[in-house]
Design a protein around this ligand. Structure first.
Ligand SMILES: Nc1nc2c(c(=O)[nH]1)N[C@H]1C(S)=C(S)[C@@H](COP(=O)(O)OP(=O)(O)OC[C@H]3O[C@@H](n4cnc5c(=O)[nH]c(N)nc54)[C@H](O)[C@@H]3O)O[C@H]1N2
Ligand SMILES: Nc1nc2c(c(=O)[nH]1)N[C@H]1C(S)=C(S)[C@@H](COP(=O)(O)OP(=O)(O)OC[C@H]3O[C@@H](n4cnc5c(=O)[nH]c(N)nc54)[C@H](O)[C@@H]3O)O[C@H]1N2
Ligand code: SF4
Ligand SMILES: [Mo]
Length: 718
């Protein structure tokens, strides 16, 4: 590894906080992480994953040359030419024999904007397949669907994190930032220092819940009833904001009627949360002038996630929160580019600029930028789990970039079996993940510190990640991979491996769309600490303008001089209007329904899943870092002392957790911090402790999000 600069300001490779860091040459080669205090989101603070991220750059941890599967069935090193020829040959063969839709593409929310954009274009233009989706479907898709319905646009947080300490009350629903975004905890501490209150809703008393003024611990999968019960009380106690409802919303009567069916006592029975706690939450949320609801994966990863988030948004609308200062609803997006990754077209139904693939005007615009006939663009394809489920049958060859589904997909043993049944699997990755190990060709790609690109953090802030060192000789970028494959498929033009060139095209493709990046340039990103979208090219360039656009127009620009000034970006959405044509937000009438699987005699307990601070996602990267492995060496089953006693198990006993889909084994961790009717397992590991062997792929009907957060299990000694 060679260093290209003395010290380079850049961002962490992992989660959606996208903490700023400086990379400087380390003694003995490589880079070390230094504090970067000028980036406002983390102000220099990092979690252990960010601090140790350079370990994955080391040759011992990562792939350094392409691998191809030989006649003996083993993966062996090969040249780039040979590897790319093999992949292109398989893509062409499958397309010729079974049609373009027999080729699948699976992307990731960790890919930069440039890569996500190029992957969507590669699928539609170079391959001509409709079969593309990505792991973001497993992440925040229910919140995105609900946000789009209610507000007309989905930007995870419609305000910067710096607004959190200025509000009066935050309800954190199924979110554990103490483990999943540690530097963000400061915002909640400051909130409380300023006299505000924090309510945490989680079946477990997490490190985050320990900081809360009020912790509600519902049964997994009952957040919909909980939100409706709170709304019932808001109405019953006369705490609605009638003026706001009349001026800024539609659909209240139906939503109100639906909520009124959810009496507090009925909600207590469903959720297990006592009525006095419900009343206390309503009081804390309604009394201050400003308040927020923030959701994360807890309420979203459910087969009713879209309705559940809709119910929380209804609560916010009924109390006049969204579009008011330091108030409203937000989703805490998860992956490094979880926000940007859902805007530029790697999603099954989507074109760049957060446009819809089935919208004729959107097709015309994007086809124009791509220089192709709009009619040549395929239609919408399958969602992520449905795509994985079709491998080996309808889909014969898969190109995978930025995900490790053998560990992270629901019903993972079935998904693994589907992947093994493919005619051909090509994986581009930085490490030999468990999924890459099944591939016919593995393409080793460059990592965050070795390449330049943009990401969009959980606030909708577009950021520049800068290259800080030269990659090892044997690796190439994802953009190079796609350019070379396109060329071998006969598409010589329109695929660049220069990130800035790709970004320039992305700007044009996004222009006029909901997620408009046309006013953002690399030059600007290098000077400013990120730019919030929408940022049209000019202040009069459409949405986000001073007179009735989406945003407040407050920002760093000089604003509104006759339509030629650069747009400052939009830190805060909805202050003047929502993004629906009539400018109003929509209530959605929702009622409670059960989870896809409820406990019964054979499977009497609920399993829920999530994360620990020292591992990231499928663990493909962080399980290669010694310090992180020492802190979080393996999976475990969290269970309540009462349940442990009933089962006759003590701390450390090996437990088998069994669901209708399979069996996973891990040691017991006995803790009073979890409900007695629920067990919890983190999902970062493969092998016998893989929790996704157990999880239920029941999908939300709107977002197609699988139900990672609840299924029925039994627990026994292994
Ligand atoms: N250390 C670490 N940090 C990460 C990641 C990681 O893998 N590791 N991944 C990143 C990504 S992609 C994401 S999406 C975010 C996720 O960030 P979070 O959403 O904070 O993470 P989770 O642990 O999945 O779930 C949050 C909480 O939901 C609770 N929960 C479980 N079931 C329910 C339920 O039915 N209702 C409610 N209300 N709560 C429930 C769990 O107990 C858990 O404490 O984290 C990001 N940051
Ligand atoms: N049970 C359960 N399962 C879950 C969840 C849960 O809460 N519970 N959460 C779900 C959620 S929210 C998510 S986001 C998913 C995440 O699960 P995955 O999609 O498996 O995510 P990662 O483990 O981050 O996998 C990313 C892979 O891409 C590689 N990679 C990183 N950067 C790049 C790059 O720039 N280019 C290429 N080509 N490869 C790269 C990494 O090395 C890694 O192998 O898991 C889901 N699965
Ligand atoms: S909180 Fe997220 S972005 Fe920040 S250092 Fe940790 S993993 Fe990286
Ligand atoms: Mo995620």
């Amino acid at each position: 590894m060679q260093n290209t600069a003395a010290s380079t300001p850049t961002h962490c490779p992992y989660c959606a906080l996208q903490c700023g860091m400086n990379l400087a040459p380390a003694e003995g080669g490589g880079v070390q992480v230094l504090e970067r205090a000028d980036f406002p989101v983390n102000r220099g603070a990092l979690c252990g994953k960010g601090r140790t991220a350079p370990a994955v750059l080391d040759r011992t941890a990562r792939l350094t040359e392409p691998l191809v599967r030989g006649a003996d069935g083993e993966l062996t090193p090969a040249s780039w030419e040979e590897a790319l020829d093999r992949v292109a040959g398989a893509l062409l063969r499958t397309r010729a024999e079974h049609g373009a839709d027999a080729v699948g593409v699976f992307g990731g929310g960790g890919l930069t904007n440039e890569k996500a954009y190029t992957l969507g274009k590669f699928a539609r233009v170079a391959l001509g397949t409709s079969q593309i989706d990505y792991n973001g479907r497993f992440c925040m898709s229910s919140a995105a669907a609900a946000g789009t319905k209610a507000f007309g646009v989905d930007r995870g947080l419609p305000f910067p994190l710096e607004d959190v300490p200025r509000t009066g009350c935050v309800i954190l629903v199924g979110s554990n930032p103490a483990e999943t975004m540690p530097p963000s905890l400061r915002y909640f501490t400051e909130l409380r220092d300023n006299g505000g209150t924090l309510i945490v809703i989680d079946p477990r008393r997490t490190r985050t819940a320990e900081q809360a003024d009020l912790h509600l611990a519902p049964r997994p999968g009952t957040d919909l009833a909980l939100a409706l019960g709170l709304l019932h009380l808001v109405v019953a106690e006369g705490r609605t904001d009638e003026e706001y409802i009349a001026e800024r919303t539609t659909g209240w009567e139906e939503a109100r009627a639906a909520a009124m069916a959810h009496w507090p006592e009925y909600v207590e029975r469903i959720t297990g949360v006592p009525v006095p706690q419900l009343r206390e939450a309503v009081r804390m949320f309604c009394e201050p002038e400003a308040a927020m609801v923030l959701t994360a994966r807890g309420p979203e990863q459910q087969s009713k996630g879209t309705d559940t988030v809709g119910a929380w948004i209804n609560l916010c609308l009924a109390t006049g929160r969204p579009g008011r200062p330091y108030s409203g609803y937000g989703c805490l997006t998860g992956q490094g580019n979880g926000q940007g990754g859902r805007e530029h077209g790697q999603k099954a139904d989507q074109l760049p600029g957060y446009r819809k693939l089935d919208d004729p005007e959107a097709r015309r615009h994007v086809a124009g930028v791509w220089g192709v006939d709009p009619d040549s663009l395929p239609g919408p394809g399958r969602s992520a789990y449905e795509l994985l489920d079709a491998l080996g049958t309808d889909i014969r060859t898969l190109l995978l970039m930025g995900s490790n589904p053998v560990v992270s997909a629901p019903r993972a043993a079935h998904v693994e079996e589907r992947i093994r049944s493919l005619d051909f699997l090509a994986v581009a990755d930085v490490v030999l993940s468990e999924t890459a190990a099944l591939a016919d060709v593995v393409l080793p790609v460059t990592q965050w510190a070795e390449e330049t690109g943009t990401t969009t953090n959980l606030e909708g802030r577009v950021l520049l990640r800068r290259q800080a060192l030269t990659p090892p000789a044997g690796v190439r970028g994802d953009l190079y991979v796609m350019r070379e494959l396109a060329a071998r498929l006969g598409v010589e033009k329109g695929f660049s491996d220069s990130p800035e060139e790709v970004f320039e095209e992305l700007r044009r493709a996004s222009a006029g769309g909901l997620a408009d990046y046309s006013g953002i340039t690399y030059r600007r990103l290098a000077q400013e600490n990120g730019v919030f979208w929408p940022a049209p090219e000019r202040i009069d360039g459409g949405r986000g303008d001073g007179d009735g656009g989406l945003g407040d127009g407050r920002g760093s620009g000089d604003g509104g001089d006759g339509g030629s000034a650069p747009h400052p970006g939009t830190p805060r959405l909805f202050l003047d209007r929502f993004a629906h044509p009539d400018g109003r937000a929509r209530f959605v009438p929702v009622v409670h329904r059960a989870s896809a699987e409820e406990p019964d005699e054979e499977y009497p307990l609920l399993l829920t899943t999530g994360r620990v601070v020292s591992q990231y996602q499928s663990g493909a990267q962080t399980r290669r870092v010694a310090e992180l492995n020492a802190a979080a060496p393996g999976p475990f089953v969290e269970l309540h002392p009462r349940l442990a006693k009933r089962l006759g198990v003590v701390e450390g006993d090996r437990l088998a957790v069994v669901s209708r889909r399979g069996r996973a084994v891990a040691p017991a961790r006995v803790t009073g911090a979890i409900r007695p009717d629920t067990v919890f397992m983190p999902f970062h590991w493969y092998g016998e402790g893989r929790v996704n062997t157990l999880t239920n792929p029941a999908l939300d009907p709107v977002s197609r999000m699988p139900e990672f957060k609840t299924c029925a299990v039994r627990v026994e000694r292994a």
